[in-house]
Design a protein around this ligand. Sequence first.
Ligand SMILES: *Cc1c(COP(=O)(O)O)cnc(C)c1O
Length: 424
Amino acid sequence: MLSKVYESLGISPQVYEKGEKILSSLEKRFKEIDEIAEYNQLKVLKAMQECKVSEACLLGTTGYGYNDLGRDTLEEVYARIFGTEDALVRPQITCGTHALSLALFSNLRPGDELLSPVGKPYDTLEEVIGIRKSKGSLAEYGISYRQVDLLEEGRFDYQGIENAINEKTKMITIQRSKGYQTRPTFSVSQIGELISFVKKIKPDVICMVDNCYGEFVEKTEPSQVGADLVVGSLIKNPGGGLAPIGGYLAGTKEAIENAAYRLTSPGLGKEVGASLGILSSFYQGLFLAPTVTAGALKGAIFAANLFEQAGFKVVPNSTESRHDIIQAVTFGCAEGVIAFCEGIQKAAPVDSFVIPEPWDMPGYDSQVIMAAGAFVSGSSIELSADGPIKPPYTVYFQGGLTWNHAKFGILSAYQQVKNTGLMV
Ligand SMILES: *Cc1c(COP(=O)(O)O)cnc(C)c1O
């Protein structure tokens, strides 16, 4: 019966059967994911109750946005969930890159140095930092940058990190998720170890974590193991698919105050910034985020198992533990990346009839192909896949607002790659 419906949507009975066989071997792992989701659901609920979220919080303000109860309460809820002193959660933060850029520009001053102890940061941050020359970069403001690459298997180069920390080092940036790389994603506990090491050498260094795609994947967040600041996008995990825009920063009072003065204006800080009518989607999305993240995580594990069995290199592999929702599949040729993305697009609720193509996307140094038929444009907590068209030709898959949709999307991508003749 189900097989027939899948067939009517372009999935052959063989591919469907293959998927079912793999799924029957994943029951135990899926149960563990459900348990983390249950824990995080209660954590979110408890924070909302303790902060006395009320019906009035779901309304918004206009104009300056003074005394925006919903906005201020939501920031308290985030601070509680992340275990931080304060948070900044705003629709005026346009995306993840903006949130990270805000965190860096507001907490660094001319003459300071930023250190990445985990290798090259996410592509769009290269221009923020000035690794690639760009107008308005940190480099233009006299803020220098150093990087310590990871050792084999993604291990931290502790000796190199110790050597790199100097009197100018003001802040370190740790990217939790792999981004467009094939290194492993770091667990919260690994991040905690790295932060303690850095703080032993220089206690007043501000430790920031790019938390994109990591929220609610584990029971704890990096801010609970020493990070002074965690930063992410609301059109990824914590927006739960409902937030139509926005970013968040959660951290120390000092770091958040700096960020607020930069986002709005010195002297104004958190006091302004009207929420318009957007807050109910922020609250409801956050409430759904643990379950949505769990569905996406199941999808990632399912994809890893399916494509690994078909002979492709997958990161993380089929059995590794998970610390973000991203799944990388390496095809070794552009056709594989393109076919995978076409399959994801075909599975979308919106724009399923369009065919994605590689393009020169701003902020990236090679062509990129993106597949997404999302309710929120560009939202990557929704079923989506993207990859730079350059060796080793790896596609990065993530999201799925429900597990059932993630499953269908992966079967569709698999079918499309199969149809191109890339698999035997
Ligand atoms: C998505 C992402 C960003 C940037 O977020 P945008 O919203 O695309 O600007 C930064 N770092 C990591 C690890 C990401 O996954």
